[in-house]
Design a binder for this molecule. Structure first.
Ligand code: ADP
Ligand code: MG
Length: 159
């Protein structure tokens, strides 16, 4: 495994537009069955990313954080998009009630905000996207790291 892959791909953005463009590009290449895990503190830009991603996938409806519904489906893009925000999930068991497996192992693309909260449900081949702020680099600075959970060797449970 090469070193770059191990570390993941890092992109730095300086404003929501740049994050949105990166996400748009990823949305354009997303494939059926993929799960994109979005993590980062409140206000990091997970929803900004989700909106850009959805646009790249061809979703023309407005995309907001599905905080109170846990999942929001968009069927009009190139592929179905299942947007989860599991921040307010009471317990991991609630994911079963929602029927998450139909989405995770279905023919659409999943985006999961706060995926760290449902770590044990995530398949090995999910794609991890970490968004980090750095106050020293300015209010609009974000470091976005993409990596395959399968190849990273990172045990995220220790974070
Ligand atoms: P989250 O879903 O992670 O809680 P949001 O996407 O809802 O966060 O909000 C991110 C906020 O940060 C937005 O108000 C956005 O305009 C702002 N922002 C500033 N700089 C960036 C950047 N580089 N990337 C993404 N969002 C940014
Ligand atoms: Mg959000």
């Amino acid at each position: 495994m090469d070193e770059e892959r191990f570390k993941g791909i890092v992109r730095e953005t300086n404003g929501p537009q740049e994050t949105s463009e990166l996400a748009f590009w990823l949305g354009q290449q997303a494939q059926a069955g993929q799960i994109y895990c979005l993590d980062g503190e409140l206000g990091a830009g997970k929803t900004v990313f989700a909106q850009g991603f959805a646009a790249g996938l061809g979703v023309d409806e407005p995309v907001n954080s599905p905080t109170f519904t846990i999942i929001q489906q968009y069927e009009k893009g190139r592929l179905p998009l299942y947007h989860f925000d599991v921040y307010r999930l009471g317990s991991v068991e609630e994911m079963d009630e929602i029927g998450y497996e139909d989405y995770f192992y279905g023919e659409g693309v999943c985006l999961v905000e706060w995926s760290g909260l449902i770590e044990e449900l995530l398949p090995e081949d999910a794609i991890q996207i970490q968004i980090e702020k750095n106050p020293d680099k300015g209010f609009d600075y974000r470091k976005i790291t993409l990596y395959s959970r399968q190849f990273s060797g990172v045990d995220r449970r220790k974070e």
